[in-house]
Design a protein around this ligand. Structure first.
Ligand SMILES: C[S@@+](CC[C@H](N)C(=O)[O-])C[C@H]1O[C@@H](n2cnc3c(N)ncnc32)[C@H](O)[C@@H]1O
Length: 244
């Protein structure tokens, strides 16, 4: 997207809005799944954000560290109860290191897509593998791409219509780069507010190849956090990788 910089897409304004708009309602199941896999070992969250998952996971008894690119998101995390209790390394999850290994590394909420090149995503898998203990697991949760199948690979959707406000989502997918450029457009009497985001979309088999390049292999794949089978109609996947 012209003018889009993935390093600044979660800046001050987005960090202030994040917890109000980006809570998904599946946090308890996510935390139960991750706590079970951690099995008493320490965990590392790539792109820890405001601690939507890390904080309840800590409350469930897991020691969690984080890597995060946005100082603003980390500032919001630090303001929350328990937000001082985890070590966060500020940097890019495809290269930054914490200097140790973990029983669980996880990357959820489609955030692999925030790395908008294939090379970057490959490096992200390699960095996850570097942080995994010998018997550790890397958990990736991501939506299945739908934009490639849209007519003309583009769309405008009315996400919310109220008397005083309309929220539209406009998107265009480029099959060459596999990048979806999308913008949430908030229109109200206060004016027009644009919230742009670019995401690189990939289907699970491409992620499995990235895992192989990193010396990992797929151990399990689910259609959700509660052990739903992964099928041709799954809208997302929860993939668990281990050292091969
Ligand atoms: C959708 S939020 C997810 C936050 C958190 N994992 C959650 O589930 O609520 C995406 C987060 O990824 C961070 N991020 C995006 N690209 C990153 C990168 N290359 N390295 C580290 N963090 C990144 C953003 O700053 C933002 O905090």
């Amino acid at each position: 997207m012209d003018g889009f910089d993935p390093r600044t897409s979660f800046g001050y304004e987005e960090s202030r809005r994040y917890d109000a708009t980006d809570t998904r309602g599946d946090e308890p199941e996510t935390v139960a799944f991750l706590a079970r896999l951690a099995a008493g070992r320490d965990a590392l969250e790539f792109a820890v954000g405001t601690g939507r998952i890390a904080l309840p996971l800590i409350r469930a008894g897991v020691r969690v560290d984080g890597i995060e690119q946005s100082q603003d998101m980390v500032d919001r995390l630090r303001e929350k109860p328990g937000g001082q209790d985890l070590q966060v390394t500020l940097g890019d999850m495809s290269s930054a290191g914490t200097g140790r290994t973990y029983g669980l590394v996880y990357l959820v909420y489609n955030t692999i897509g925030n790395v908008i090149t294939q090379d970057g995503q490959v490096r992200c898998f390699a960095n996850a593998a570097r942080h995994l203990a010998e018997d550790g697991v890397f958990v990736l949760e991501c939506r299945m791409p739908t934009s490639p199948a849209r007519p003309g690979r583009q769309f405008v959707e009315a996400q919310h219509i109220a008397v005083g406000q309309v929220v539209l989502e406009a998107g265009r997918y480029d099959p060459v780069t596999q990048v979806l450029d999308q913008t949430h457009i908030h229109i109200s009497a206060d004016g027009i507010d644009l919230r742009p985001l670019s995401l690189r979309l990939a289907f699970p088999p491409e992620f499995d190849l990235m895992a192989r390049l990193a010396g990992l292999r797929l151990r399990d794949r689910w259609g959700g956090w509660t052990g739903e089978p992964y099928t041709s109609t799954s809208w997302r996947h929860v993939s668990v990788y281990e050292h091969s």
